[in-house]
Design a protein around this ligand. Structure first.
Ligand SMILES: Nc1ncnc2c1ncn2[C@@H]1O[C@H](COP(=O)(O)OP(=O)(O)OP(=O)(O)O)[C@@H](O)[C@H]1O
Ligand code: SF4
Ligand SMILES: [Mg+2]
Length: 325
């Protein structure tokens, strides 16, 4: 629990409905984000990271639905439950108080509008800026996002820019309204390694300067290591471990976390074949009984196959695994 709480998610459930079948994409997810804190949400493809992120902004669309839970967000000194806000209030939260950057900047940018118009949009809507004031803020925010020739870029269409520049434009779009929370969903996955490193450094820098809270969504613990203070490990719709970053990297509690850490490529390990976690993530429409990780876990015991482990607190860290009961 953090002192200045900005976001507090409790027991969030978001399901997908396919006829009579139910895919429990997010099931009982709880975590906090403090003011100026950077949180990682990590797990393999399909574990529910993006659905969790979209649930916060109430952007999950049919056949998906957030069916229960609480998403409390600090607004004007009190914690409002975003799931209960009228839609009109929610439009102020989206892109105003909470911004999101997506995995693929090209699809998130509109090809028919110049960068200046798109970056300025949130400031027009949420801050009521127009004319010269708006233009100056667009240039400053592009420059804060590491765009060197802001005027040329502002005058360009997205297709005229490189992938790295498009991602910087997306970051400027997300920052211009002065949000308190930035949700970055795999913000560097589509970029090559060098540009990826530059964008991560930029995000770390912006977070510090603007005292932003960040939820960084990624399948890559290497990326999380550069940005985050605390890490939530997700597996099959649930958070299975939540730990401060340093503790998680030096002593992973959950066998799944340990497997993910072993899969991080590093120069020192390059000669060895990286030991990936064997097997596949479970089908959310038909998950295994007990601990959902048991078919892939080399420490699985009898109880793991039958009964799901609850939360255990170990040295202030949360883990869901029978090894700690
Ligand atoms: N539009 C949809 N219709 C049906 N099921 C969906 C839909 N979107 C997501 N899901 C279900 O929710 C699960 C979680 O999806 P989510 O996009 O959150 O995964 P993720 O962790 O973000 O994965 P990735 O790393 O690939 O982005 C999916 O495995 C899928 O079963
Ligand atoms: S509960 Fe059992 S199967 Fe699940 S991670 Fe722990 S040891 Fe492995
Ligand atoms: Mg995703």
């Amino acid at each position: 629990m953090t002192e200045d709480l900005l976001l507090s998610i409790r027991d969030l459930h978001t399901y997908f409905f396919r006829g009579k079948a139910v895919g429990r994409a997010v099931e009982g997810v709880s975590f906090d984000v403090g003011s100026s804190e950077s949180i990682g949400l990590v797990g393999e493809s399909g574990c529910g990271k993006s659905v969790t992120a979209l649930s916060i902004l109430r952007l999950v669309s049919r056949p998906g639905k957030t069916v229960s839970g609480e998403i409390k967000f600090e607004r004007g000194g009190k914690m409002d439950d975003l799931l209960l806000l009228p839609e009109q209030e929610m439009t102020k939260v989206r892109g105003g108080e909470i911004s999101m950057i997506f995995q693929e900047p090209f699809t998130a940018l509109n090809p028919v509008f110049r960068v200046e118009t798109q970056v300025g949009e949130a400031a027009r809507v949420h801050l009521g800026l127009e004319g010269k004031g708006l233009q100056m803020l667009v240039m400053k925010t592009l420059s804060d996002a590491g765009v060197k020739d802001a005027e040329r870029v502002a005058d360009s269409y997205p297709h005229e820019l490189s992938g790295g520049l498009r991602q910087r434009v997306m970051i400027a779009m997300a920052l211009i309204s002065g949000p308190k929370l930035l949700i970055a969903d795999e913000p560097t996955t589509a970029l090559d390694v060098t540009v990826q490193a530059q964008i991560l450094d930029l995000l770390a820098d912006i977070q510090l300067k603007r005292k932003l809270s960040v939820i960084m969504v990624s399948h890559d613990l290497g990326i999380i290591n550069r940005i985050c203070d605390r890490v939530n490990i997700m597996y099959s719709g649930r958070i299975v471990e939540s730990s401060p970053k340093n503790a998680l990297f030096s002593n992973p509690l959950h066998p799944y976390t340990a497997g993910l850490l072993m899969s991080i490529p590093s120069l020192s390990k390059i000669e060895r074949r990286l030991p990936a976690i064997s097997g596949n993530v479970p089908d959310l429409f038909d998950p295994p009984a007990g601990c959902r990780f048991h078919p892939r876990c080399n420490k699985a015991m009898d109880i793991c196959k039958k009964t799901e482990p609850g939360e255990t607190v170990v040295d202030g860290r949360m883990v869901k695994c029978w090894l700690y009961k």
